[in-house]
Design a protein around this ligand. Structure first.
Ligand code: PMP
Length: 300
């Protein structure tokens, strides 16, 4: 059985709480209607006195605020308070020479159909091995991304992962590591937990968020890396058939980082020269070996 890591502590109700005591009531809107918004933040281990650096902390805080606002969830924490909360749990769980993944979730713990909503920011944090992502196989799901007026993809809500879960199950049965979800027009939206990068004729292409994907922080970083490396970058709609004739494909996101697609459906992909270069540059910046103005790193 696959078991989720169970770290010793969770940040909850403004303080550290032992994992086994971190409970939410069965009557909470977070549980009965799936009302919560969240972020995933990556911390990279570094061999200098800062030990760990959190990537794009401010953009993650800003997106959490936007998600909370759109989902009508009270979230009054300042950026400083949010940073302090993240540091509290990170410092507790930090482990020598390992990376971290931090998941701040704003749960609706009380309220009824949007009345008298009370929220709590819970932060869980998981150790991760330092490694570059393995190449992956990718299929296309029969499940589609909903539109902006029906489960808006711009909100990073737990509910938004319903289709992703079904797509993953479908993909697993077909032997794929991950699946592309198409939008209601049949064009590429995103994968189950990351965005799609495609290379055609030397240009890195990704769909704009209005095609049905999350406003990705990593894609913004990739765009900036392309700029610094002189690689053309374009945000435009991608047809399904373009994936089959693409020169290179990869998935990208905070947790996925840059995962090169080795097999797309039944096709073996050619060597991913451009995207491998971007992946290496991404890690060089994340580990502090190279500076990039958009990849802000907050040392812990
Ligand atoms: N789409 C989905 C559905 C995701 O879960 C993620 C990961 N947060 C992304 C895209 C990539 O977003 P980001 O680069 O901000 O992590």
């Amino acid at each position: 059985m696959v078991k989720l890591q169970t770290p010793a502590f969770v940040f909850m109700n403004g303080d550290l709480v032992p994992w086994d005591d971190a409970r939410i009531h069965v009557g909470a809107p977070a549980l009965i209607r799936g009302i919560s918004v969240f972020e995933g933040i990556k911390g990279y281990w570094r061999h200098d006195e800062s030990h760990l650096a959190l990537v794009a902390l401010r953009p993650h805080y800003d997106r959490l605020q936007r998600s909370a606002m759109l989902q009508q969830l009270p979230f009054s924490m300042s950026y400083q308070e949010f940073t302090d909360a993240c540091f509290t749990i990170v410092k507790k769980l930090l482990s020598e020479d390992r990376d971290l993944w931090i998941r701040p979730t704003l749960f609706a713990v009380e309220g009824h159909w949007g009345l008298d909503t009370v929220t709590d920011l819970v932060i869980t944090c998981y150790n991760q091995d330092k490694k570059t992502p393995d190449p992956i196989s990718l299929g296309v799901s029969t499940w589609q991304r909903p539109i902006d007026t029906a489960l808006p993809y711009r909100i990073k809500s737990a509910a938004n992962y319903q289709m992703g879960r079904l797509a993953r199950i479908e993909g697993r049965r077909q032997g794929f590591n991950d699946m592309v979800m198409l939008n209601q027009q049949g064009r590429v939206a995103e994968a189950t937990g990351s965005c799609v990068l495609m290379v055609r004729d030397g240009t890195v292409v990704t769909p704009p968020p209005t095609e049905g994907c999350l406003e990705s922080i990593t894609v913004n970083i990739i765009e900036s890396l392309c700029e610094s490396l002189g690689i053309p970058f374009d945000r435009r709609p991608i047809d399904r058939t373009e994936l089959r004739i693409a020169d290179e494909l990869a998935l990208t996101g905070t947790l996925t980082e840059v995962a090169i697609v080795q097999r797309f459906e039944d096709l073996e992909m050619p060597e991913a020269r451009v995207l491998s270069r971007l992946r290496d540059e991404y890690f060089a910046c994340a580990r502090g070996l190279r500076a990039n103005p958009i990849m802000t790193l907050t040392p812990v």
